[in-house]
Design a protein around this ligand. Structure first.
Ligand SMILES: [Zn+2]
Length: 449
């Protein structure tokens, strides 16, 4: 067994802990860039607490999930204002934006030089400027992850800036900050948290530390997501969800994820839906496809046993089997009434896409109806985007060429091999028949728009 764990330098957890932010921040300098979500007023208490301790602030807000341009504007602003460190305060979007800005303030060159898949994939060489991550939702676990997910409207995809050097200096998790979240956000972010404690547990890079925190995280989601959804001020439920989100971030940063997050990149680039809603739309189908593929290979393997363990943690039934876990997830998604992806409309990126381009998937969007062949086409077009990195999950392919980026009707066997390895579909011989589970997932997601 071999594993390595890396996380934020310091994790501070507890209801009311935001009050300590002034003394924590002072160590990093006297002038901070504070990155917030669209409602800047929510950060008012934070900026007051900082000012009380002699830390002045410049506020930079992002609305919706961050695009590459947002980060570039943030970098320019921080440079102009000579900020010494960065604080991210908000959901995953604000935290990822802050994390990417802090990284680029310390490294030479442009953001595109370092982005995986669509950019140069260069490795960051210097540690980020000090970054304090303060989540106000419970979902992404971004406070302890080493990547920032950014949307590229031009490429119609979400991709990561990723480096161990991006781990936040301080993760300040105060569950009270989520008390006033509306139920719809509690639900979608909660489904992201749930997905992020399931996928690292069933993935091929699981280790004893991530296993332990994933099982604990699943139990917390089980007992508390519905409670927090119904009563946002249920203190212990909010606390459980904040722990589950933190654990998901810790686990994914050190063990990786699975096909839900593989699909979430391109699908997230197609719909203006929050990441958690994309996870909710995919999770039951991906579990189903994984279980079928695993059973085709053998009914007694470690991965199936892990799905049994997931079912036991979720249902609380000591002898539950994998299928009961799947049913539990389906029911949770239905009970929380997470809107289907189609209800969010097309992604913001579409008006900015060159529709004359043959590869534009705009014609794949659900006009009147979406049929299976559209889903197949979507899948074929996006296969390399879904699984862009055949060599290593944590590092971009260094020679990712324009040719591989071009949508292709026949997915590369290399990409397929990588995705199979990383989603438990490992087999001795890999053929086009393995394409079917992916086709099935995308068909179902499209049918449920
Ligand atoms: Zn996620």
């Amino acid at each position: 067994m071999q594993f390595e764990i890396a996380t934020a330098t310091r994790i501070i957890f507890g209801a009311g802990k935001l009050s300590e932010v002034g003394s924590l921040a002072k160590k990093f300098g006297q002038h901070a860039l504070v990155v917030t979500g669209s409602d800047v007023r929510r950060a008012q208490r934070l900026t007051t607490l900082l000012q009380d301790r002699g830390v002045s602030t410049v506020t930079f807000s992002v609305s919706g999930e961050p695009e590459i341009d947002d980060v570039e504007r943030g970098i320019a602003r921080a440079k102009l204002e000579k900020c010494e460190f960065v604080i991210g305060f908000g959901g995953g979007s604000a935290l990822d934006t802050g994390k990417a800005i802090a990284a680029m303030l310390a490294n030479e060159g442009s953001l595109m030089d370092y982005l995986e898949v669509i950019g140069g994939g260069k490795a960051l060489s210097k540690p980020s400027l000090p970054f304090i991550a303060i989540p106000t939702t419970a979902g992404t676990g971004s406070e302890v992850t080493r990547n920032a997910v950014l949307a590229s409207p031009e490429h119609r995809a979400k991709v990561s800036l990723r480096s161990v050097l991006m781990l936040p200096r301080t993760a300040l998790v105060d569950p009270q900050l989520a008390w006033d979240l509306p139920p719809i956000i509690t639900a979608s972010s909660g489904l992201d948290a749930l997905t992020q404690v399931i996928e690292p547990y069933v993935c091929t890079k699981a280790n004893p530390i991530t296993d332990a925190i994933c099982v604990d995280g699943m139990r917390r989601v089980t007992r508390s997501l519905r409670v927090a959804y119904k009563n946002g001020r249920a203190a212990s439920a909010r606390e459980d969800m904040a722990v589950a989100s933190l654990f998901g971030g810790l686990a994914l940063a050190n063990a990786g994820l699975g096909a839900v997050h593989g699909f979430a990149g391109p699908i997230g680039g197609m719909f203006a839906a929050p990441h958690g809603a994309v996870c909710a739309a995919l999770l039951p189908h991906v579990i189903d496809a994984n279980l079928r593929a695993l059973r085709q290979r053998s009914t007694a393997n470690d991965a199936l046993r892990r799905y049994d363990e997931v079912a036991r943690a979720l249902t609380g039934v000591a002898n539950a089997g994998a299928d009961e876990g799947l049913e539990w997830v389906r029911k949770l998604v239905a009970d929380l009434r997470i809107p289907p992806l189609g209800s969010y409309g097309s992604a913001y990126s579409y008006p900015r896409v060159n529709h004359r381009s043959e590869e534009s998937p705009a014609d794949l969007l659900p006009a009147a109806s979406v049929n299976n062949s559209a889903a197949e086409k979507f899948l074929a077009m996006n296969f390399d985007r879904l699984f862009p990195n055949p060599e290593n999950t944590h590092r971009p392919a260094t020679n990712f060429s324009a040719r591989r980026w071009t949508p292709s009707a026949s997915p590369s066997s290399q990409a397929m091999r990588w995705s199979l390895t990383n989603t438990q579909w490992r087999t001795a011989s890999i053929s086009r028949s393995h394409y079917k589970p992916f086709a099935r997932i995308s068909q179902r997601v499209f049918k449920n728009l």
